[in-house]
Design a protein around this ligand. Sequence first.
Ligand SMILES: [Zn+2]
Length: 307
Amino acid sequence: MRAKSKDEAKLNPFAKALLLGVLFFLPFLISNILTADYFERKNAVSLEEEVEFFEKALNAEELTQLYGKNIDSDKVKVLPKNKVVILGYHQIREIESIDGPKTRLFITSPKIFEKEMKLLKDKGYTSISLVEYINHLKNEKENPIPEKSVVITFDDGYVTQYTEAFPILKKYGMRATLFLYMDCIDKYPACLSSLQIKEMLDSGITVANHTLRHTFLPEQRESIIKKEILDNQNLLEKTFGKENVEKVLAYPYGGQNEKIKFLVQNLGYSGAVGITRGTGKDAYNIFNLDRYLMGDKIELFEELFKD
Ligand SMILES: [Zn+2]
């Protein structure tokens, strides 16, 4: 019995040291868990995830507009003729049988995409950048734009934006803005590489901010929201050159609120876009401009650009 208690006594200093060690590193561990670093993406944003948070970001009316029979063109609210349509694309690839009806809102087949770009060209539209349009909204006289203007945007940096969309954009002489979250670029097979993006920059493509980790901002603290936006901006400018980065933001999943819009304005951004379908309550608010989510239905597109 005596020998045993001696052994226990020998173990105690070791256990104490272990305990001290854990206690020493505990604040470090907790702070790591609490900061954004913990939320590093394990993969590129999936379309299922896109749909899940997108539904959180929209109100009931906006959802009905999206998923009801309003997906057909009949009830789509078309912007007044003097306003510019902002198009929002995600993946440009063939629709597969496993793609659900909701995720199809984020997929446009190359054939439909080409039809749309051809239609814009045939009708004499000029693609302008989002910043050009925002400057025009701020002061129409000082910043004129072509009578038939359109803004083309792509979100998330999917590789098919290079393999499928880019050749078509070039063919029809259309410019576009890519909203990128840098935690995707060069990391996952589904994402663009910085080399591909640099090649696109030489042909009239610009890039812009979509937060660092594609974070649903309304659920985050202000410090994290700021970090998500500023860290991404720094990486974009460092990788692609300040002159190629438009100072605009696309809210991941379209998620925003009054506080976030105010913050983005205070961070010096020209403006921001969400993803609605012509239903946004503050469609002409420069910090939540209405953007048409383009899926694979050409009817919406035809409705938007009919004479
Ligand atoms: Zn996105």
